[in-house]
Design a protein. Structure first.
Length: 99
């Protein structure tokens, strides 16, 4: 009798358009019962609007996994490169976004 094969890890593919990435220095987070919405934007000094460059919609379970993954990776980053400095005072925003 043959042994069942373990599930294979999916191979990530990246189209050229997505592979170039988008720069974001702002994120606004919203949620409903079933979704967490992340709008990434590029804030530019002197400009009154913040163009959204990417929107990611997640199930709350996946948002929790993303949070844990970010915490883990930032801890690794700080072990390698030192603490990430906090700004003296955070910029004020009207909509709860973070720069």
């Amino acid at each position: 009798m043959s042994q069942p094969k373990p599930p294979s890890t999916p191979r990530l593919t990246l189209s050229p358009d997505v592979g170039h990435g988008r720069y974001a220095n702002f994120v606004a987070v919203a949620h409903s019962f079933s979704e967490v919405l992340l709008d990434f934007g590029h804030a530019v000094p002197g400009r009154e609007d913040i163009p959204i460059v990417a929107r990611v919609v997640l199930h709350p379970f996946h948002a929790r996994q993303l949070l844990r993954t970010l915490e883990h990776n930032l801890a690794q980053y700080e072990r390698s490169f030192g603490a990430i400095p906090e700004p003296r005072s955070a910029p004020k925003t009207d909509n709860g976004g973070t720069n």
